[in-house]
Ligand binder design. Structure first.
Ligand code: SF4
Length: 359
């Protein structure tokens, strides 16, 4: 059996049991109930690294709310099953592991494994699985056969949960396809498990440039020295780093918090790309920020920081990824501007609750 790497050993020390977490951050009775009741549907999983960032004395610590199950997750909004993102994605799935919604690019999902479970994630409740060898070949064959595909977004789950060998299989196979220009990897792994960003991994990714790594920070306190070093290794190797992440109530729905996070990331060569509004996975309504409020927060960053520290505010409406623009203090001029579908027509009003996507 192959020797396990440090990051794999660290994953084996993840906190998944209420009693273990209680010894570290003193759980409330409500949290213990939520952990027990969600143990099948969406179990708690927290890396030791991330746990070390939590403030044990603050029951409302934003970082705690990102990873510790809450009784609010047990509430369900009427009609939330009708907004099933997975059913929507299934319409664009030509074969297992591929979601091809837009011209020119597609999502490749080789694994649904994650180093930790974010409580807001819209993929919550999906059973962890990896593509089989046959499914992997079928997915690659689909990309090979579609010459319009110039951008492959490897997502999940978390692609960096694959071993170096598995990841090499994917990136080298994709890089060998002449019409694919860009490979992107979307991930929160450098935040949860910075030890995963080894020299070997970075070297292998850099060999397959142009390579974009899209990270998903939610709060400036996630940017600690181990994480800074991991990002630095990726940037030094010539990998393009971008930030895209959701705006979440009680976590980062505050212009000062976001400004601090985006400025810190830019100084580490990670440019803010998308801020995503409309996160509302089942049982995650408590994270949802009002659309006008989200637009005002991002709009207020304009002229308060470098232009490249202000991301585009986007959402997903009726299946399209769209930019939200035209913000004003009274919210009257807020519109959605279609972006990703060249053939799409007039802007639409923002009032319809959007579906959720953050990759
Ligand atoms: S955001 Fe990423 S790391 Fe978090 S649960 Fe979702 S897929 Fe996993």
């Amino acid at each position: 059996m192959a020797k396990r790497e440090e990051w794999q050993l660290e994953l084996g020390r993840n906190v998944t049991r209420s009693e273990d977490l209680d010894r570290i951050i003193a759980l409330s009775d409500d949290e213990k109930t939520a952990i027990a009741e969600l143990s099948d549907a969406y179990p708690m999983k927290i890396t030791r690294h991330y746990l070390s960032l939590l403030d044990p004395g603050d029951p409302n610590d934003p970082l705690r709310r990102l990873v510790v199950p809450s009784p609010l997750e047990l509430r369900h909004r009427p009609g939330e099953d009708e907004d099933d993102v997975h059913a929507d994605e299934a319409q664009y799935q030509p074969c297992p592991g591929i979601i091809h919604r837009y011209p020119g690019k597609l999502l490749l999902i080789p694994t649904l494994a994650c180093p930790a479970h974010c409580r807001y994630c819209f993929r919550k409740g999906r059973k962890v699985s990896h593509l089989s060898q046959d499914e992997s070949e079928e997915a690659l064959e689909y990309i090979r056969g579609n010459e319009s595909i110039r951008d492959v977004i490897i997502t999940g789950g978390e692609p960096l949960m694959l071993t170096d060998e598995e990841l090499f299989y994917w990136v080298s196979s994709i890089r060998a396809i002449p019409h694919v220009e860009i490979i992107r990897i979307t991930t929160r792994t450098p935040i949860y498990l910075p030890s995963r960003i080894t020299d070997e991994l970075v070297g292998m990714l850099a060999e397959h440039a142009p390579m974009f790594v899209i990270v998903s920070f939610a709060h400036p306190r996630e940017i600690v020295p181990d994480v800074e070093r991991a990002l630095g290794r990726l940037a030094d190797a010539g990998i393009v780093l971008l930030q895209q992440g959701p705006i979440l109530r009680g976590i980062n729905d505050d212009a000062q918090v976001l400004k601090e996070m985006y400025e810190k990331l830019a100084s580490l060569r990670v440019l803010p790309y998308y801020a995503i509004w409309g996160i509302c996975a089942p049982g995650a309504e408590h994270f949802l920020v009002d659309g006008h409020e989200a637009a005002e927060i991002i709009g207020s960053l304009e002229n308060r920081t470098s232009g490249f520290c202000v991301p585009h505010l986007i959402t997903i409406a009726r299946g399209d990824k769209v930019r939200m623009m035209g913000w004003s203090p009274d919210g009257e001029r807020l519109h959605l501007a279609r972006r990703d579908r060249p053939s799409a027509s007039a802007p639409a009003q923002v009032h319809a609750r959007p579906e959720t996507h953050h990759k």
